[in-house]
Design a protein around this ligand. Structure first.
Ligand code: DOR
Ligand code: ZN
Ligand code: ZN
Length: 407
């Protein structure tokens, strides 16, 4: 198939080209004379598809919150063709039996390519095959020995950096969620991770940074990510939305929003990720609302709007949500529009306009603190490994599979 008259993002620059797809891959980028079937892209922007490295797909015993099918449908509608999911499922992915079960459901039900982070526990002796790396939760008790061990394996470890001891201390003093899980809890945890990464010369990844102060402690062994809610929402939104905007780490101040956005533009933040964490609406509206915001349906609308409004550049969006995720986590032959790479691409419609409406979500979690957000820019066509899987609002093919990092 040939995509004619594309304005394609090649190595971060827009070029007017045709793109020839053969099988699952890009065969040629340039002027293509001959060929069979072709689509006229009419000078629309074509970019490498998005890669989201922080997603909770639930399923297993939490199918009322989300399933691999509904979550990955939400992903594809946002132009995300590849994601890595977190292991805090019920039961969690911390043993080979559950990992195998998970892989089997992914291969049967997924609409995008899905990889897994294994839960880091003291049971791990050597690198687990078939996963991209590990997730370490610092907001739950763990021994120093286990923590140190997490810097000694080959695959990358992603840290949920909120220190459980500080959280416990704060619980004695405060009742408000954002005071219990304050910036001190995050900063102390990040300091510990960054220091050990440096000592052990071990590359690590820090999930969902929420405080401007956290940025001071990063070093050449750390990469980090930010979510749309920590970039654009703050305590005022929590006051307005209540449980719907309750998340860990909690929303912080407007000042943190501004600093994080500046850091993002300056290249100090490596990755954008959704941290899609769906719960049922009745759970979220209950007295003891669980933490988590479902973001997969809104990712493209929000970030393409930031591009349209010149808050970030299209180059930034590609770097943060496609190239860096692929490079940092070793997702092979994705993240670029390049000959020989997988044909995972998004045709963007920068004229699409509307307001975010959770009733239209593919996710089971049909609520959002971004409800009513005026977007200007959306995904029009999505290609996953050479085939159109999403076209103008409709999912047209199920084409996901399990993927892993094989070293
Ligand atoms: O808000 C959160 N929700 N933070 C986490 O770390 C976990 C996530 C979830 O799984 O619900
Ligand atoms: Zn987390
Ligand atoms: Zn998470």
């Amino acid at each position: 198939m040939i995509l004619r008259n594309c304005k394609a993002l090649i190595n971060g620059k827009i070029e007017e080209v045709d793109i020839l797809i053969e099988g699952e891959r890009i065969k040629k980028v340039g002027k293509i004379i001959r060929g069979d079937e072709s689509i006229n892209i009419r000078k629309k922007i074509v970019i490498p598809a998005f890669i989201d490295v922080h997603v909770h797909l639930r399923d297993f015993k939490e199918r009322h919150k989300e399933t691999i099918e509904t979550g990955t449908k939400a992903a594809i509608s946002s132009g995300i063709t590849t994601l890595i999911e977190m292991p805090n499922t019920e039961p969690s992915i911390d043993n080979m039996e559950n990992l195998k079960k998970r892989i089997s459901i992914i291969n049967k039900k997924s609409y995008v390519d899905v990889g897994i982070f294994f839960k880091f526990t003291d049971k791990i002796e050597k690198d687990v095959e078939d996963v991209f790396g590990y997730k370490f939760y610092m907001d739950k008790p763990f021994s120093d020995e286990t923590f140190i061990k997490s810097f000694e394996l080959g695959k990358i470890v992603c840290y949920h950096a909120e220190d459980y001891k500080i959280i416990e201390e704060n619980k004695k003093k405060f009742r408000e969620h954002h005071k219990i899980r304050n910036c001190k809890a995050e900063v102390i945890a990040i300091q510990k991770v960054a220091k050990n990464a440096l000592i052990k010369r071990k590359k690590v990844h820090i999930c969902h940074i929420s405080c401007s102060d956290s940025l001071k402690y990063l070093n050449e062994y750390t990469t980090c990510e930010v979510t749309p809610h920590h970039l654009l929402l703050n305590k005022e939104h929590y006051e307005e939305y209540g449980g719907i905007a309750k998340v860990n780490p909690p929303l912080k101040s407007k000042k943190d929003n501004i600093y994080l956005l500046e850091a993002l533009k300056k290249g100090k933040i490596d990755i954008i990720a959704s941290d899609h964490a769906p719960h049922s609406i009745s759970e979220k509206e209950s007295e003891d609302s669980p933490s988590g915001i479902p973001n997969l349906d809104v990712m493209a609308k929000i970030f393409l709007t930031l591009v349209k409004r010149n808050v970030i550049s299209l180059y930034d969006l590609w770097r943060l949500y496609s190239r860096n995720p692929a490079e940092i986590f070793g997702i092979k032959e994705k993240g670029y529009l390049r000959e020989g790479y997988y044909a995972d691409m998004v045709v963007v419609d920068f004229d699409a306009k509307g307001k975010i409406d959770p009733d239209e979500f593919f996710s089971k979690a049909k609520y959002s603190p971004f409800e009513g957000f005026k977007y200007h820019g959306d995904v029009e066509i999505v290609f996953l490994r050479g085939k159109i899987v999403y076209y103008d609002g409709d999912i047209v093919e199920k084409r996901g599979r399990f993927i892993f990092r094989d070293f």
